[in-house]
Design a binder for this molecule. Sequence first.
Ligand SMILES: [Fe+2]
Length: 191
Amino acid sequence: MFRRIMPMSQMSDSAFALGGNAEMLRDRHDAYRLLEKLGASERLLQHVRQVGEAADRLMRAYQQLGIVFDATMIELGAAMHDAGKILYPEELDGPGARHEPSGQTLLLAHDVPLEITRCCVSHGTWNRVEVSFEERTVALADMLCRGARELRLEQSIVAMAADRLSTDRQSIHEELNRTFERIATANLGYA
Ligand SMILES: [Fe+2]
């Protein structure tokens, strides 16, 4: 299930072919280009870049702890999770979840792989049992980059990380919690 532990420097080495055309979805830059093509505003692009920055910081902490994870999934999920706000721009600033299913539908219509499109929905429904560690990491990056702490989400990530390391939660909680706090207070902003 987990393709690799991927050093940040090699995060662009893999790619998802977008079916039906010649484009590839290799990294966040390809994802941003697709979002732009679909009509994303500069504000939306700024937001997903900030979520990407928060996700990078989480991935660095995971790497330092030796946690196995799919870096491409997290990188592309962070870039794509709010694609539905192209259709519902009012949800960039206000409440609403219409962008979640509509973002997935929009991306699927443009041949984005299903596993990436799941982040459109799961960043709002991360507490469902089937939501993966990678998808929860996207949801957490989305929260932390605007300074929000969601303890249940954080705890679920610590638990899943401990499982992957075959260790107890206490041994990694402190380190991960420090990372969460640093990101939340880094003022990455919310576009
Ligand atoms: Fe978001």
